[in-house]
Design a protein around this ligand. Structure first.
Ligand code: FE
Ligand code: FE
Ligand code: ZN
Length: 278
């Protein structure tokens, strides 16, 4: 079975988001833990969370993916930005325990001129402060396009973060198809080669989720502009290969394409029709 969902808004609560996922043919979803531009997170009602948990159990949901706000930059040159990011990460990881055993994804960060090495050091320090032994969440580093001073566009950088993390057994990777393509990994003509490289450098067992996005731009452009599935430079045939690949086909897939809810429902139906059908 294809485990697939899309990014959805949590504004009506956890139970409502589970119902919305079902209504578009999804068995998982991604949501922002708080406003993507930052700020306080809404209060969690236990009854609302319980409503989602029963929907997930009754409908065989794959793990769901919480996404940290984009403003969470653990390796900014500005101390107050780093402090805000650490507070956000710490609070999010504690809140995740309302939904035990799921996934939390974040952008490693932008070093804003400090250099990659310094940035990686700061990301490791933050993870080692915020993560805790009893947590049941798997924290995912997202592969990035390498826009500006973003860290995480090379597999080696993600590996360095994992190597420095105290709780590395609870750390995995979320592969974003638009981002890796924009970073220069050719998943269109050499998907197997890219995954072999991932395995060699990071270890394929660390790969826990995939963001499915086409790209508006060309291989290696370092841009990060998502496009609808099949309408960008990656193309439909490549997505068919991706969802059916032996290393990927059991993972949860999340659409972050420029769509409203109907568009997501159509893309989910399209991808399901191409699954198990190589
Ligand atoms: Fe992301
Ligand atoms: Fe993404
Ligand atoms: Zn992106």
């Amino acid at each position: 079975m294809l485990n697939i969902g899309s990014h959805l808004s949590i504004s009506n609560g956890f139970k409502a988001i589970g119902e919305q996922a079902l209504s578009i043919g999804a068995n998982t979803f991604q949501f922002f833990t708080r406003n993507p531009r930052g700020g306080a997170a809404r209060k969690i009602e236990q009854s609302d969370v319980d409503g989602l948990i029963s929907i997930m159990q009754e409908n065989n949901f794959a793990p769901i993916l919480a996404h940290a706000p984009y403003t969470m930059n653990l390796c900014s040159a500005k101390a107050e930005t780093r402090e805000f990011a650490l507070n956000t990460l710490t609070d999010d990881l504690h809140r995740m325990e309302y939904l035990p055993g799921n996934l939390y994804n974040f952008h490693p960060g932008s070093h804003t001129g400090q250099g990659v090495e310094k940035g990686i050091e700061q990301i490791i320090d933050a993870l080692n402060t915020a993560m805790f032994k009893e947590m049941s969440t798997t924290v995912l580093l997202e592969t990035m396009a390498g826009k500006g001073s973003e860290i995480g566009s090379r597999f080696e950088e993600l590996r360095a973060i994992i190597d420095g993390a105290k709780f590395s057994d609870k750390i995995g990777v979320c592969l974003d198809t638009c981002h890796v393509f924009d970073a220069g990994y050719d998943i269109v003509t050499d998907l197997d080669g890219v995954l072999e490289e991932f395995d060699k450098i990071i270890g394929i067992e660390r790969l826990c989720a995939v963001h499915l996005n086409d790209s508006m731009n060309y291989l290696g452009c370092h841009k990060d502009r998502h496009q609808k599935i099949g309408q960008g430079a990656i193309g439909l045939e490549a997505f068919k290969n991706i969802i059916n690949n032996k290393y990927l086909s059991n993972l949860p897939f999340f659409l972050e394409t420029p769509n409203e809810i109907d568009g997501y429902a159509q893309e989910i139906a399209l991808l399901k029709s191409m699954f198990g059908n190589v």
